[in-house]
Design a protein around this ligand. Structure first.
Ligand code: PLP
Length: 405
């Protein structure tokens, strides 16, 4: 059995004190903390083999290149991609979606064509598509949310048309915690020959992902949500689909040959990786994936499901609480409001007690409009959280409420 209490010691930051109180970190949806294995991998790179990749014959460059490609293979295995060349390193989810929106729409979108997204998307899975639609003369259609925070999939059937080029949606809502029925959406999309892009920014750290078994066309995620550093992320795409797309950015590393008459582009994955990559970030991501794999993503999912149940049942006992997002299948993220107290006030008072939560619209303004609320307080859990964290959070919340009403 996994000893999750012992695992807490892997995260140096968890022994920090905030305003003299032990840190209870419940803002994992925004970013996760880093285990020593990741911190040390980055330190080791800078201390002993810092060098550029794919450019030098010398020892250090070879070693850095090997480490980068080992990380790529690690990601490939983690999501069960067929080829490591299907793993494109990006700056993060946002960067990956911008890449895809630009390249996919340049290749496939004609004036009058349509894309489908959902009402629960993070701004980074809305705005790049809006920009692409503006450039290409296309339009966006939106699958609406139901009151419980699930998608109204009956509407999806009606939104699909012969002009639909792509369906892009999140696996897990960063605000509502809803886990979407990915298999159903993919099979509907594929029955109309429409590819899908899945935003896995809030899924990759919580559940097993098998891109081949799920027949996923494109998938994006950020390293920093899965215990790796900021500034690194992944775009996965099926080889056949990625290889027909034009490059996003030009520069070094993404070419086969350059002359003033003609430039030819490198094969996957390098065609989409112009310039010196975030080598330390890639190495950190490789270490994070290895670390998570050793704990086991299914063990993580089971522990987090227990925490979610416990936290929700404790929260529901607080008078005036309203949980925003009550889907039957949720990841360990809870958004809530208490009476008419502004979320920001609760967040401030929790912070003073050492409890870090997120407040506001969580980069999902359309969700706030849908439920006519100014924002929420969001507690999002990781496997290093425990029931004692939940107890501290609940006690701090009760104290905050008593000061505000
Ligand atoms: N999509 C979802 C569902 C997210 O939760 C986030 C970040 O919170 C993003 C996209 C954007 O990720 P990043 O800021 O790492 O690019």
């Amino acid at each position: 059995m996994t000893d999750f209490e012992k695992i807490r010691n892997d995260f140096p930051i968890l022994s920090e004190h905030i305003y003299g109180k032990p840190l209870v970190y419940l803002d994992n949806g925004a970013t996760t903390q880093k285990p020593a294995a990741v911190i040390n991998a980055i330190k080791e790179y800078y201390e002993s083999y810092n060098s550029n990749v794919h450019r030098g014959v010398h020892f250090l460059s070879q070693k850095a290149t090997d480490a980068e490609e080992a990380a790529r293979s690690g990601v490939q295995r983690f999501i069960n991609a067929a080829h490591s060349s299907e793993i494109i390193f990006t700056k993060g989810t946002t960067d990956a979606i911008n890449l895809l929106a630009y390249s996919f729409c340049k290749k496939h979108m004609q004036p009058g064509d349509e894309l489908i997204i959902t009402e629960m998307e993070h701004h980074s899975n809305i705005v790049p598509w809006q920009i692409a639609c503006e450039d290409r003369g296309g339009s966006l259609k939106v699958i609406p949310l139901k009151d419980d925070g699930t998608l109204d999939l009956a509407v999806l059937e009606k939104l699909i048309s012969p002009r639909t080029r792509l369906i892009a949606f999140t696996w897990v809502s960063n605000t509502l915690g809803t886990v979407n029925p990915v298999a159903d959406i993919i099979s509907l999309a594929h029955s109309h020959n429409i590819p899908v892009m899945i935003d896995a920014a809030q899924a990759i750290q919580h559940m097993a992902i098998d891109v081949q078994a799920s027949d996923i066309d494109f998938l994006v995620f950020s390293g920093h949500k899965i215990y790796a550093p900021t500034g690194i992320g992944v775009l996965y795409g099926k080889h056949a689909l990625l290889s027909e797309l034009p490059p996003y950015q030009g520069g070094g590393s993404m070419i086969k040959s350059v002359s003033f008459n003609e430039t030819t582009y490198a094969d996957l994955p390098f065609r989409f990786e112009a310039g010196t990559p975030n080598i330390a970030g890639i190495i950190g991501l490789g270490a994070a994936i290895k670390y998570v794999s050793e704990i086991g993503i299914n063990n993580i999912a089971a522990h987090e499901a227990e925490l979610l149940d416990y936290a929700e049942s404790e929260l529901k006992q607080i008078p005036g609480i309203r949980i925003v997002g009550t889907a039957p299948h949720k990841a360990a993220t809870i958004s809530f409001l208490v009476g008419d107290i502004h979320p920001y006030d609760i967040g401030e008072l929790l912070d003073k007690q050492g409890v870090a939560v997120r407040t506001g619209h969580h980069c999902c303004q359309p969700i706030m409009d849908r439920y006519a609320i100014p924002g929420t307080v969001r507690a999002s859990f990781s496997f290093y959280n425990n029931k004692a964290d939940v107890d501290t959070f609940i006690a701090a919340l009760k104290k905050a409420i008593s000061m505000l009403v």
